[in-house]
Each structure stands twice: as structure tokens, then as C-alpha cells.
Design a protein around this ligand. Structure first.
Ligand code: SF4
Length: 399
């Protein structure tokens, strides 16, 4: 196997947002202890990364995504340590090909030193977790509140957007959430207008999801301040329409980009192409295109093995075999998120059957409803709003 993307999980956050179910821990308040923890985690990442590259015979890594948690909490020194280590262990790209290299950052920790360190060490894309410019919305879900005593995030985020845009020549993405408390259509559309004034190349607009096991899912008080389901849908659609009108084409359920600026890394996930995961709670998937099967490797959500690692010791990892039916379902689940749909050639290569012949009844039904695109096997924009019932039909047909 030669071609493989890489996801690296940085599981550190300054505080915990009430809607989040990603794995993260707090760094110690003492800055020296925090630096020690960061350095140890990075050194184990690099040792494990080297082992993975060797084990899977990786010769090309077309995209790297460092996410979290909050990668910008590594600070300039931490990210330099990680990026320089990766530069040694990742195979160089063939001439005239470039690697998409993204780092996630949160506005409160994405300072000039961190961003410049990213740019100077091979990163060519930043994904900034804005979520909302509205201090009231942010505070109600405990999304990092004040940047510093007396400095609100609403005041800091525009400065950070300007900085990211200048340092990365506009090649950055920003996340927004629709459906937050204290957010109505006026607030959301004003947020979008403000964000677009910095001309990001890419925007992710997420509908707030209420996950069990998070404060948002478990604390009944949130029900009184969250918009109802219909209102939340209406908000998201208003946001989608504003982005499209501004020239940001929707290319996946929650993702929008200027022409030529779609995320290569995310497209590889939706196409179910090989990727390695590295770090606590990270997972990767490797596929056998001839057999139509795959294997998923997931590291437990626990920083312990990464922070207490003895040289040469193996980090525990859970392995899941993806049989043909499971992989086919995942291929539909991921592929139909995209406006391109599952890749027909890759589908036929993997499963030995043409895409349209695998689910003829579901395609006929949804085509009749006008929710499939005319010239490809993919949902229309209105069809994407009904992805779940579409997938129920698809799964019933193949099970
Ligand atoms: S900063 Fe991101 S990863 Fe951390 S708790 Fe908030 S949403 Fe989750």
C-alpha cells in the first residue's frame, strides 16, 4: 500500500464546550508541566507515526490533518516540534505535487507565533474554529468565553481571522454552528457576513447536534434555551443559502468552498480512501480495493499510553474488520454526504457491481421524487437535507 492520508489527534482543550463529544483533556495550569506533557505526547506521536508508516509501507501522504481537541494549544514550540518530526518521518511528495496540510486552531490560542510556526513548517491551510461571533451564544454553551480578562471573544475573533488570512494568503477554513442558544436568523446571517468579509477559501456550517453524554444532551435546562428542531433547520438553511449566494458552493452536507478550494483531506474520507489515525481516540481505515473489505484501527480515548510510553512499547489499539456489507454501507453513508456521491469506478472495483445496479430501487424512488441529481448518482441539495431517510432505503435494499 502506498497512498495514505494522515489524521493526528491533539487531545487538549482549555475548557469543555457543552455540545462536544470529542475526546480531550485539560493541560495542567503550570506552564512547565503543560510543556512537559505536550512534548511527551508529541514524542510518542512521532515514534508511533514512524512505526505506522513502516508497518503500512506508506510511500505517499497526499493530505495531513492535525485536529483535536485544540491543536493551537500546543503553542509555537509544540507545533514546531511536531511538524519538524513529521517532516522527517513522512515520505516526500513527488515533484510538482503538493500535500494539503491542515492544522485546526481556536481563535483564543491561534496567535501570530503559532500561525507563523505552522506556515514556516509546511502547513498550507488553517481551519479556525470560530463557531459564533456572539458572546451570549458562546457563553451559554461554554465555548471559550473571554480571550483575556476584559477582552471578549467577539472582539478577538476578527483580529485572529485577519491574522490567519494574512499569514495563509486566504487559504483557510472557518467553522460556524447554526442552532446555538441566543442565535436567530439575523445573528447567524450577520456572523456569516462578518466571516466572509475575511474571504476564507472554505466554510463549514454545522447544525448543532445534541449528543447523549454531553451536557447539552443530558441537562434538561438546555431544552429551554435551544431552538426547536424546525427552527434549527430553518436557520441552517438560511445560512446555506447565504453562503451559496456569496459564491461558496456546497460540496458536502456541512461544507462549502470557493472554486478549487474543496478540502482534499475530507474528500478522501467521503470517498473512503486509506487514512491513518494517530493519537488518543484517533482512528484510521485501510481498504482492500480488490476484496471490498477493510480494517479500522482505533486508539482508545486515553492519553495514558501516550504520556507514559516506554521506548519500543506498543500503544494499545482496537482493530475492527470491515466485511463487504459493512464497507458497502459505509461507502454509501460517507459517499452520499458529498454532492459528487460515491465514486462509481472505485465502487465497482471494490464490490464488483456497478453503483446503479447495487441499489436500483432506492435510486428509482428518490429519482422520482426529484431528489437525485440528473447527471450523477448523488443527492441534490434538497436531497441532502433528507440523507437519513435516503440511507434507510439504501440499507434496507442491500441488507
Ligand atoms: S474546543 Fe473543540 S474539541 Fe475542545 S471541547 Fe470545544 S468543541 Fe470540543
Amino acid at each position: 500500500m502506498s497512498n495514505c492520508s494522515l489524521y493526528i489527534h491533539i487531545p487538549f482543550c482549555a475548557s469543555f464546550c457543552d455540545y462536544c463529544d470529542f475526546y480531550s483533556v485539560r493541560l495542567p495550569p503550570d506552564s512547565k508541566a503543560a510543556a512537559r506533557m505536550i512534548n511527551t505526547y508529541i514524542d510518542t506521536l512521532l515514534a508511533e507515526g514512524e512505526r505506522l508508516v513502516r508497518r503500512f509501507g506508506v510511500t505517499s501522504v497526499p493530505s495531513v490533518y492535525i485536529g483535536g481537541g485544540t491543536p493551537s494549544m500546543l503553542g509555537a514550540a509544540g507545533i514546531i516540534r511536531l511538524l519538524r518530526g513529521l517532516a522527517v518521518l513522512l515520505p516526500p511528495m513527488p515533484q510538482q505535487m503538493s500535500r494539503e496540510f491542515t492544522v485546526e486552531a481556536n481563535p483564543e490560542s491561534a496567535d501570530e507565533a503559532f500561525l507563523a510556526a505552522c506556515r514556516d513548517n509546511g502547513v498550507n491551510r488553517i481551519s479556525l474554529g470560530v463557531q459564533s461571533f456572539c458572546d451570549a451564544s458562546r457563553r451559554l454553551v461554554h465555548r471559550a468565553g473571554d480571550a483575556a480578562p476584559g477582552v471578549s471573544m467577539a472582539a478577538l475573533i476578527p483580529d485572529r481571522l485577519k491574522l490567519v488570512s494574512e499569514i495563509f494568503g486566504g487559504n483557510f477554513s472557518a467553522d460556524l454552528i447554526a442552532g446555538l442558544p441566543a442565535q436567530d436568523e439575523t445573528v447567524l446571517l450577520r456572523d456569516i457576513e462578518t466571516l466572509l468579509s475575511y474571504r476564507p477559501a472554505h466554510v463549514s456550517l454545522y447544525a448543532l447536534t445534541v449528543e447523549e453524554g454531553t451536557p447539552l444532551g443530558d441537562d434538561p435546562r438546555f431544552r429551554q434555551i435551544l431552538p426547536g428542531a424546525d427552527e434549527a433547520d430553518r436557520l441552517w438553511i438560511a445560512g446555506r443559502d447565504a453562503l451559496e449566494e456569496a459564491g461558496y458552493g456546497q460540496y458536502e452536507v456541512s461544507n462549502f468552498a470557493l472554486t478549487g478550494k474543496r478540502s482534499i483531506h475530507n474528500i478522501r474520507y467521503w470517498r473512503m480512501e486509506n487514512w491513518l489515525g494517530l493519537g488518543a481516540a484517533a482512528s484510521g481505515s485501510i481498504f482492500d480495493d480488490d476484496a471490498g473489505t477493510g480494517r479500522r484501527f482505533t486508539y482508545p480515548a486515553d492519553t495514558g499510553p501516550w504520556l507514559d510510553h516506554k521506548s519500543g512499547a506498543l500503544i494499545p489499539v482496537e482493530t475492527e474488520e470491515l466485511d463487504r456489507l459493512t464497507l458497502m454501507k459505509e461507502t454509501f453513508l460517507m459517499g452520499f454526504r458529498s454532492v459528487e456521491g460515491p465514486d462509481p469506478a472505485l465502487f465497482e472495483k471494490r464490490f464488483g457491481v456497478a453503483l446503479e445496479k447495487a441499489i436500483p430501487q432506492a435510486l428509482t424512488k428518490w429519482r422520482r421524487r426529484g431528489l437525485l441529481q440528473a447527471n450523477k448518482i448523488a443527492l441534490t441539495k434538497e436531497g441532502l437535507l433528507m440523507l437519513d431517510p435516503f440511507l434507510i432505503d439504501v440499507f434496507e435494499e442491500i441488507e
